[in-house]
Design a protein around this ligand. Structure first.
Ligand code: SF4
Length: 470
């Protein structure tokens, strides 16, 4: 059969947690574009995106995977594997293989850290490790059912080989409000906890900015529902002048969209950049602070100081940007006492939102090496590094004598209660109170309620006296 008319289904499974996913799987939408250009018929079912969409768009009906397969009759199916969705991936592979007999291809960041997983599954025909842009056409052209998975190690694509995302083939994309783009891939830094070097590599691959901008403009004209453009590079600011050029271009394009950046390094910010960012419609700045303790930060080999963060945060506040902070609980030599430095810093910096990530010692990182010597490492599969807004979380996957699992859970709860107005559902209050009782966190609960009440009062006030939009 020629490629024309061959149908390819991409599936991203979802966890039944309370995290909001407002983006469509970027890897799949890029691979879809490569395939569509060659005459393949592609469909993306991103159940993580669709689960959230169903909560906000009442008229949308999301068919289950069996129904999709029955109607679409794919010739092959790709499934994305993220480590925290390991069980969900297994379950969806099981369901797929019960209702059709086509090659199943697995890929995703999971295989960059756990290359041996699924290797003996008789249900899988191929496992793709790394970025698939260069191999996808050949793979799809020749794929057949195999008794054991064939492993494909992908060469990194050059920036020119990364096309635009194709959203047309994604179920529910007409409701999409957020457009993601990568202006580059890779990160030259060597943070001890970060897995990016195993996924995107340390060598920077910068895409042509004109092409990126044209893709944004085209997407906005095709999908008027897009209100926000989000930059999801591994290291957006690796070339500050290049990024400033992009901000000028984005402003001139006048798309009417707001601009958001996932995560940036505080030491690469300067005032001119913030001015350009604000002028381009920039909304937020989210800094990876990691820890408030200088010794722990030193061992994280981030290459920036607490002063860098404080300086960058002051700039963000001065220009009225929404401020986000990311911390990691349990980096090497961290403990409950040192965690209080992180909480103090988080309060002092007055962020609009905070992510308290629990440390995961990804294979291949320095943090993993450290924990192998100084602590215990559990199974990282299915572990979500954040507590969701319904107060769901798993046991931490690492511990040391000086920072036990119980202390880590305490640190996690305290930090969320004292700095993050996140547990808002009244139904979950008994659960919160019982955890508070279990871990003796009464002071944190009092702070939480005080912040919760202030937030409610503020919202009520804003309802009566809304702020004038200039
Ligand atoms: S944490 Fe950020 S700056 Fe550090 S290596 Fe990872 S992507 Fe690069």
């Amino acid at each position: 059969m020629s490629s024309r008319g061959k149908r390819v289904l991409f599936v991203n499974p979802a966890k039944q947690d309370d995290f909001v996913v407002s983006r469509i799987h970027m890897g799949f939408s890029i691979l879809a574009e490569i395939l569509v250009r060659k005459g393949y018929i592609v469909k993306i079912m991103d159940y993580a995106f669709l689960r959230c969409l169903r909560n906000s768009v009442s008229q949308i009906r999301v068919p289950d995977i069996e129904e999709v397969i029955h109607e679409f009759e794919p010739h092959m199916i790709g499934v994305s594997v993220f480590t925290y969705l390991y069980d969900e991936c297994q379950a969806i592979v099981e369901r797929i293989s019960r209702c059709c007999n086509v090659p199943i291809i697995l890929g995703g960041p999971h295989f960059s850290v756990f290359p041996k997983d699924f290797n003996d599954s008789s249900r899988i025909s191929y496992i793709v490790r790394g970025e698939a842009e260069r191999i996808i056409l050949n793979l799809i052209e020749t794929a057949k059912c195999e008794k054991r998975p064939i492993i494909i190690d992908c060469p990194l694509p050059s920036p020119e080989e990364i096309p635009k995302v194709n959203l047309d083939v994604a179920y529910g994309s007409e409701y999409l409000s957020m457009y993601q783009i990568q202006l580059s891939r890779g990160c030259p830094f060597k943070c001890a906890f970060c897995i990016i070097r195993s996924i995107g590599g340390r060598h920077m691959r910068a895409r042509d900015l004109e092409i990126c901008l044209n893709q944004i403009v085209e997407a906005k004209s095709r999908y008027p529902s897009i209100k926000t453009v989000i930059i999801t590079d591994d290291c957006t600011l690796f070339d500050k002048n290049r990024f400033k050029r992009f901000l000028r271009m984005f402003r001139e394009a006048n798309t009417g969209c707001e601009l958001v950046i996932d995560n940036i390094r505080a030491d690469l910010i300067d005032e001119e950049m913030i001015q350009l960012y604000v002028a381009a419609g920039g909304l937020n700045l989210c800094f990876g602070v990691e820890t408030g303790h200088p010794e722990v930060l030193k061992l994280a080999h981030k290459g920036e100081s607490l002063e860098d963060t404080i300086k960058a945060v002051n700039l963000a506040h001065r220009y009225g940007l929404r401020l986000g902070l990311c911390f990691v609980i349990g980096l090497p030599e961290d403990n409950l006492e040192r965690h209080s430095y992180s909480m103090r810093l988080a309060k002092r910096l007055k962020p609009n939102y905070v992510f308290w990530n629990m440390c995961v010692p990804w294979p291949g990182t320095e943090v993993n090496e450290w924990y192998q010597v100084h602590g215990e490492i559990g199974d990282m599969r299915n572990f979500s590094t954040l507590i969701d807004s319904r107060i769901n979380f798993n046991e931490p996957v690492v511990s040391t004598i000086n920072f036990t699992k119980e202390d880590r859970i305490k640190a996690w709860l305290m930090a969320n209660m004292e700095t993050h107005n996140y547990f808002r559902n009244v139904r979950d209050m008994p659960k919160l109170v019982s955890l508070v009782h279990k871990y003796g966190l009464y002071r944190s609960l009092a702070i939480y309620f005080k912040r919760y009440l202030l937030m409610k009062l503020r919202n009520a006030f804003l309802k009566i006296f809304p702020r004038k939009v200039e």
